[in-house]
Design a protein. Structure first.
Length: 352
């Protein structure tokens, strides 16, 4: 991307040619009209423009990179003035020898040798051309740098998002593998069914979550598979009520965002409670937004309650960060409520 940016703001050769040709034609007609002698203007511009070009390219490709960018400002000023002076002397002599002995017809006096007034006037003219061209170069360099910084920030955000996703998947798989291990030790006939469900989840999480957005249908299906796994493992002690309303077709959401809340509910609401546990999950699509709600009981174990109330687990902090990176502030609203030993998560998120 950054290499493409460099190509985007690199001025190609044809544009250099177009610029100098346009400037040459303009200057020829300008001075031709001033002197009422277009042949003389053409000759002087044919002689003067190579000098203009040499000074401009010397400045932007040699002097600035080696002096200005290295903060050698005094040396840069000396080098620029010296280069301009040398070119003015060269221009005077070439004009005198090749075109006319009156090298300064627009001046206040006729001269046949280099004078202070002529030198200052010509140096100011060359400095004007150099400044004009340098301003163009600096503008393009600024645009290039701004694009590079923007692309770099975007690349960093994408990298961070991928890293956050990679934190979720292992965490989820390890928990599920632990469940399978427990059932295999008990020689449960539920083990093959869990392995099959897990393979479906792994396929989704390893291959379908690489994109920035995933269809809401697939995300809900992934959650359904996860719930099926938990129902098998927890038998009759688990009651899960899940409702889906509204049009979920052609809607997209960042993958695994919702699954994180589901997993967190089981981690704290099911695994840390004894007896029957109830979890309510609601998906409601209204216009371009999904209204997602999940509620679960808080942990019975006192030692874990404070940590739970802070919502400082890796999963919750992870999803907060992903929302900040992947969505604009106006595109989502996340809230938590803990009342009467029921922890409720509400997320309103744009899914268009």
């Amino acid at each position: 991307m950054i290499l493409n940016t460099s190509k985007l703001y690199r001025i190609q050769l044809q544009y250099h040619i177009i610029f100098w040709l346009t400037y040459f034609v303009f200057n020829t007609f300008r001075w031709g009209s001033y002197f009422n002698d277009y042949v003389y203007s053409l000759k002087t511009n044919l002689l003067g423009f190579p000098i203009h070009m040499a000074l401009c390219y010397l400045n932007i490709f040699v002097l600035m990179p080696n002096l200005i960018y290295k903060k050698k400002y005094l040396l840069y000023v000396i080098a620029v003035l010296s280069a301009i002076f040398i070119m003015v002397v060269l221009k005077f002599n070439l004009t005198y020898i090749l075109i006319t002995h009156n090298v300064w017809p627009e001046g206040p006096e006729t001269i046949d040798k280099l004078s202070l007034n002529y030198t200052i006037d010509m140096m100011m003219g060359e400095l004007y051309v150099m400044t004009f061209v340098t301003a163009i170069k600096i503008t393009f360099d600024f645009l290039k740098e701004q694009k590079r910084v923007t692309d770099l920030e975007k690349s960093q955000l994408e990298t961070e998002l991928l890293f956050l996703k990679s934190q979720i998947s292992p965490h989820f798989f390890f928990n599920t593998l632990n469940n399978i291990y427990s059932l295999s030790v008990e020689k449960s006939n539920k083990t093959p069914k869990i392995v099959l469900k897990l393979s479906e989840l792994m396929r989704y999480m390893l291959y379908d979550t690489r994109t920035q957005k995933q269809s809401l249908e697939n995300e809900i299906l992934c959650i359904q598979n996860y719930l099926d796994l938990e129902r098998i493992r927890n038998d009759d002690r688990l009651e899960v009520n899940m409702s889906v309303s509204g049009d979920i077709h052609d809607k997209e959401i960042s993958p695994i965002i919702l699954l994180t809340f589901i997993e967190n509910a089981f981690k704290h609401g099911v695994n840390k409670n004894t007896g029957k546990v109830k979890i309510d999950i609601s998906f409601k699509v209204k216009e371009d937004f999904l209204y997602f709600t999940i509620s679960n009981p808080t942990p019975e174990i006192t030692a874990h309650t404070d940590n739970f109330n802070k919502s400082s687990g890796i999963g919750i902090e992870n999803v907060k960060k992903r929302l900040e990176l992947g969505y604009n502030k106006d595109d989502y609203k996340l809230s938590f409520k803990n009342k009467n030993n029921i922890f409720v998560v509400k997320l309103i998120i744009k899914v268009s």
